[in-house]
Design a protein around this ligand. Sequence first.
Ligand code: PLP
Length: 374
Amino acid sequence: MRKEYLYSPGPTTVPPEALSVMAKPIFHHRTKRHREMFQEVLDGLKYVLATQNDVLVFASSGTGAMEGSVANLLSPGDKVITVSGGKFGERFGEICRAYGAKVDEITVEWGHAVDPAEIEKRLSDEVKAVYVTLCETSTGVHNDIQSIAGIVSKTPAVLVVDAISGLLCDDLLVDEWNIDVAIGGSQKGLMIPPGVSFCSVSEKAWALAESSRMPKYYFDFQKTKKSADKADTPFTPAVTLLRALRETLSMVCGEGRENLLRLYAALAGAVHAGAAALGLQLFSNAPSNAVTAINAPEGIDVTELLSFLRDDLGVTFAGGQAKLKGKIFRICSMGYTNEFDILTAMSALEFGLKKLGYEFELGAGIKAAEEVLQ
Ligand SMILES: *Cc1c(COP(=O)(O)O)cnc(C)c1O
């Protein structure tokens, strides 16, 4: 009779509409039927990213498209700016160094957003690309991409945004804001299992890609675009996942980007209010609407709290990553999450805290969350 409640910031809960199409018989991908379906996926992704730019789709987890954005834009020794303020911003730095780029890494205190002025200060005509993260999932921080894009778009550098977890929760207008490469993944706000990554590519980014001398093969953007122009892929696509993605994109388009942004802002707001009512503090001082990182209360062992929730109640929250292990826990409000899911999360949190002897008034978190949501 065990029921699973998943509040991890990827993978997220998959809606029944998407689960059921994945159970249907496979059809071959070099067919008109597949190309029609894939074209719908490409159009849906353009809607989600608010762009007319090319969108490329890969059979990989999100990191694959991140790696592609390094391998296709740069040449060995190129100067780039990255931001290290959490696991995922660090990853961009690691990929750039692995490919032999010269990395100017801005170090930001974990839990804080990067100051756009710091990026402006470090930009010069030699900088080829700036790599930033919309929602830094490891810290629950939302970075001000609009301001950063306003700065970078006035320079020769291209702006690459890892929007994998923030997409649909924290606003991102690729064309209006001038974002050159925006990267997404399947297992976060788009509500399907892991295994698909994608990115948009602007004219400015294509121009830089022309001169790129980094090695690449599977994640070759130009090769992928040639195929995408014919609603095709150079290699076997993740056929089952793409079918599921068409379903969730159709749900997203039906709801509308703006409405979803409002919904997730309300859901995250309810988590914030609930946490505050329980005397808990947010870890981030620029909280994202995709995931909320909450500081472990004094004297409470987060590992014990999370295991009790997961093993005894079937409720999965995420812990902290790297140096935040044992210090925070994270509740995700992206994707297939609604008001009642947030109330369930809050209720489970209260059960867990009570069990571990934390002092608070039972129902206080739920009440505060309901006040935001009703
Ligand atoms: C999940 C995530 C990724 C990608 O991770 P994969 O495990 O490769 O899918 C990258 N960046 C951010 C901000 C993420 O949340």
